[in-house]
Design a protein around this ligand. Structure first.
Ligand code: MOS
Length: 748
């Protein structure tokens, strides 16, 4: 497979002769979504009437299921099957793996009577209607035995996760003790839930011996392989699709029991089966972002040069599923300081499974560091932007690696100019608007940039239509649209002539959506595949006496306006392919990261500015306006990229002001179990939010010159809001979210 370096800049995308790259193109699948006709996995039409499953979650936090009385449920109207620890389907042993090189091992259902967390699926009912399944599930008599458990997060009990040692440089303790200016602040962030619009859901049926399954997952291969192993069938016999996904955010990077139960039930019932988690069940049964306690220590000279820098983060995860919220990792690349200490501590608890959530690490880690930097700015009497500029590193502060493209300073200064930052009074509580304190805050943003191997296929039909197919997903981020743009620009055809088919295990594999690597990975493969197709078509044209290009140098052939051309000779793609290959011309291609890709420290950057009002009577905080300035390489689509960023910024407001879950330590359950109790920003909370991108091409990142925009938008926003609250009313809150009670306590 060719490496991305074979398609280095310049290439058709970077040359952008048709101008399709970067344009604010409407979403490819937008009309389907707004008309309600994009079939999400639960809504997919089945070939015959389906059965409906209902999952039952454990009502203890830790222990065993000792007995299940299922007689009444089995006898209930419409019930087709009941499964639990004492009545299980035929399936592989946990961890079994018969197919070679698989991404997943078998994950059987109810293979143990052990309950590891509240809401863990412990039983399943399938019936002729969703109502009958749910009704019968209430009739199950599940008896539990509880065992001693640890539900409460005590950061002092946290230990170094294996293989995750502290990173130390110089002598932090000595330098901190000697520093003329010191900040030592403790920040806390709560458990957060993904709350995707679409809960996890699966529709499955068999066509002959092939399992057809539509599910809502950020990747294709992992769930496909999981089903093959669990059902002990050949991987090729699992046709898994995830075509439309109502939000992922990391929460759908895992597969859950809806997937396996739908497949197993479809097999045993010889009938299509639909299984979905309810909104309430999602809080426990899917992953969450764990709480953190973060200590930031900054030592500086009186003129604001950092001499000592520490960020230590404690967090928690499930007893048997290791995960660390890497709240300190990003800070290793952000600011220069000779003496450094960063690291993580982890405690295992008997609560639901913690996992990645949008910008894992940075999203909560920046809440602490960017708040502490604001405190330091005040302590040394510097503007927060000037303080950051004085600590801008020339290369990676720890590895010394050069940065690929880094415009953090430009984001801050240009954003400040546009936002009107100079009007901010550094002294808190100086501006009032009626009973509202008004203030401004800012924070930097950084998020790593990644590239994963991917493949694609591309086909020109006899009528000139170009179809790109890829086992890639679109979790609402715009993957369909940017793949259409890259294909159109590479093949020199109008966007309207491009068909994008993704989310299907039958297509060439791509890594899926996560870690803001989707567009770069899938898009690089699309470009590489297009280059293969161009070469193929050019070879056909110059070898065909009937073509006006006959005898030309194939390397001189260009693709533009639906034409294949050499100098003033040309024909349409349709005429070439229609004449020589009426069934169409299809090729496969792919890309892998260049061997030297990791020689550069690669990140997307930004700066967020917020103006808030704080009500002096009620303690209520309102966002008045926000602006984000970002530098993320070339922008493929001005509209979808901006949507990603402003969506992240809005989520950052939720992080600052609304989102919080906590454990009911009597039971090990979460207190927030619906969107009435777990608050996220609504339209009324968000007034004036805007974001823009600085011109940039990151030629070290990938042949597209792009970087991820999916996660950098959320990074730092909460801190900008908290800093603005401090500037408005002089109350520094380090315990997120910033609720009115905390504001009032500070106002005194
Ligand atoms: Mo993402 S939270 O890396 O899917």
């Amino acid at each position: 497979m060719p490496s991305v370096t074979d398609y280095a800049i310049p290439n058709p995308v970077s040359q952008n002769k048709s101008g399709v790259i970067g344009r604010a193109v409407d979403r490819y699948e937008g009309p389907l979504k707004v008309s309600g006709t994009a079939p999400y996995s639960y809504e997919v039409q089945t070939p015959s009437p389906p059965a409906y499953g209902y999952i039952v979650g454990a009502e203890i936090g830790c222990g065993r299921v000792v007995a299940v009385d299922d007689a009444a449920a089995l006898a209930a109207p419409g019930v087709k099957l009941v499964w639990h620890a004492f009545r299980t389907p035929a399936q592989a042993e946990r961890g079994a793996k018969v197919n070679p090189h698989g991404q997943s091992a078998a994950e059987p259902v109810f293979d143990s009577d052990v309950v590891e967390f509240w809401g863990q699926p412990v039983a399943f009912v399938a019936a002729d209607t969703p109502e009958n399944a749910r009704e019968a599930a209430q009739l199950l008599g599940i008896r539990y035995q509880e065992t001693p458990a640890e539900f409460g997060f005590d950061p002092l009990k946290a230990e170094i996760p294996p293989g995750d040692d502290d990173v130390r440089l110089g002598d932090f303790e000595g330098a901190f003790a000697a520093a003329p200016v010191r900040i030592d602040s403790l920040f806390t962030t709560p458990i957060q839930n993904h709350c995707q619009m679409e809960p996890c859901a699966t529709t499955a049926w068999f066509e002959g011996d092939t399992l057809v399954v539509h599910t809502s997952n950020q990747s294709i291969k992992a769930p496909q392989h999981l089903l093959a192993e669990t059902l002990q069938i050949h991987r090729e016999k699992v046709h898994l699709m995830s075509r439309y996904i109502g939000g992922g955010f990391g929460g759908k990077g895992s597969a859950y029991e809806d997937l396996t139960l739908a497949a197993l039930a479809a097999r045993d019932l010889k009938q299509p089966v639909k299984v979905a988690f309810t909104r309430q069940q999602m809080f426990h049964a899917s992953i969450h972002r764990p709480a953190t306690v973060q200590r930031v220590r900054l030592g500086a000279t009186p003129d604001g040069k950092l001499t000592a820098f520490a960020l230590e983060a404690a967090t928690h995860c499930a007893r048997n599923v290791s995960f660390t919220e890497h709240a300190a990792s990003f800070s290793r690349a952000l600011y220069a300081a000779p003496n450094r200490l960063t690291g993580h501590r982890l405690v295992k608890l008997d609560i639901p499974v913690a996992g990645p959530m949008r910008a894992p690490g940075e999203a909560v880690g920046m809440l602490s560091l960017e708040g502490a930097m604001d405190e330091l700015a005040e302590a040394v009497g510097l503007d927060p932007i000037e303080l950051r500029i004085r600590n801008e590193p020339e290369s990676h502060p720890e590895s010394g690696a050069p940065f690929s493209a880094r415009q953090l300073v430009e984001c801050m200064t240009d954003g400040a100019e546009r936002f009107g930052w100079s009007k901010r009074d550094a002294k808190p509580a100086q501006a009032m608007d009626g009973e509202w304190f008004v203030g401004m805050g800012m924070a930097a943003a950084i998020r790593g940039n990644f590239l994963l191997p991917a493949k694609a296929s591309m086909k020109v039909e006899a009528d000139g239509t170009v179809i790109i197919r890829q086992g890639m997903t679109d979790i609402g981020t715009g993957t369909y649209t940017i793949l259409a743009q890259i294909t159109a620009e590479t093949m020199g055809v109008p966007l309207e002539r491009v068909v994008v088919e993704i989310g299907d295990s039958g297509f060439a594999p791509a890594p899926g959506s996560g870690g803001q690597f989707g567009a770069a990975s899938a898009g690089s493969a699309a470009l590489a595949t297009g280059m293969v197709l161009r070469k193929t078509l050019a070879g056909m044209a110059v070898a065909d006496p009937a073509s006006p290009l006959y005898g030309a140098d194939p390397s001189a052939v260009d693709f533009r306006d639906g034409l294949i051309t050499v100098e003033n000779r040309s024909e349409t793609l349709a005429s070439l392919v229609g004449r020589l290959a009426p069934a169409g011309v299809e090729v496969e291609g792919g890309s892998t990261p260049a061997a030297d890709a990791r020689n550069w420290a690669q990140h997307a950057y930004g700066a967020t500015f917020a103006e808030v009002g704080v009500n002096s009577v009620t303690g209520e905080i309102r966002i008045r306006r926000m602006l984000g300035a970002f530098a993320c390489g070339r922008i493929l689509n001005a509209k979808t990229a901006r949507s990603q960023i402003t969506g992240g910024m809005i989520w950052g407001v939720g992080t600052a002001l609304h989102e919080s879950n906590s454990v009911d330590e009597r039971f090990g359950s979460f207190i927030g179990q619906d969107l009435g109790g777990y608050l996220v920003p609504a339209h009324a909370d968000i007034v004036d939010v805007d974001a823009y991108f600085l011109p940039e091409v990151d030629d070290k990142a990938n042949p597209l010159g792009i970087k991820g925009v999916g996660e950098v938008g959320i990074c730092g926003v909460g801190a900008a809001v908290a800093n603005a609250v401090y500037n408005a009313c002089g109350v520094r809150i380090r315990d997120y979210p910033l609720t009115p009670d905390k504001v009032l306590a500070g106002l005194g």
